[in-house]
Design a protein around this ligand. Sequence first.
Ligand code: HPA
Ligand code: MG
Length: 218
Amino acid sequence: MDPKMWIDVNSESFQYSLDHFVIPDHYETALSSVLIPHGVIMDRVEKLAKLIVQEATGPLVVCCVLKGGHQFFADLVNYIKKNVTRGGNSVPLSLEFIKVKSYNNDVSGDVKLSLTDEECKEFQGKNILIVEDIIDTGKTMVQLLAKLKKFSPESVKVASLLIKKTPLSNGYIPDYVGFAIPNAFVVGYALDYNEYFRDLDHICVISEHGKEKYAVKN
Ligand code: HPA
Ligand code: MG
């Protein structure tokens, strides 16, 4: 996607206090601000669904990258189902799930994929849409794409709700992007910090207190 087409979230235009929105009590001290309110996320996901339907050439295998991608995946699939192209054609969908883990605390480590070769064979000749929550360094996605392409899919596109503006980026840019966000650790809308915060609707910046409170102690 051309960067002009995504929403650039910067600290001037997106400065919401926690007091502006409803935040679960159990997370209040662990967050520092709301970066993207849930309603804005939903409106943006609706637009991404429309773009995906307009550009689809046939049935799609929509592939959810778990766990962080599950909320974006669920909402995106719902919007795609409601959308029809201008010619009146709807896009047949089948759904797949991949589990990926690469983080401990807020430090990126080696990427572990849970895809067997048997599962990957299903992708041969299909149009795949990978649905991811966030592109940070880009390492996970580059590894996942390299693995999938060995199984000769017809095409592979990637939709990521977020892309982080980080100097650690390897330059990878997905086909569909919701928001480009500042280089901060964000949680909510299924994005986690050590499995916490997935039950938060807004995308928020975690506070230093939150990082300590929910740190994995080795
Ligand atoms: N939040 C949650 N998960 C992530 C992030 C983040 O900022 N970056 C990469 N995975
Ligand atoms: Mg992820």
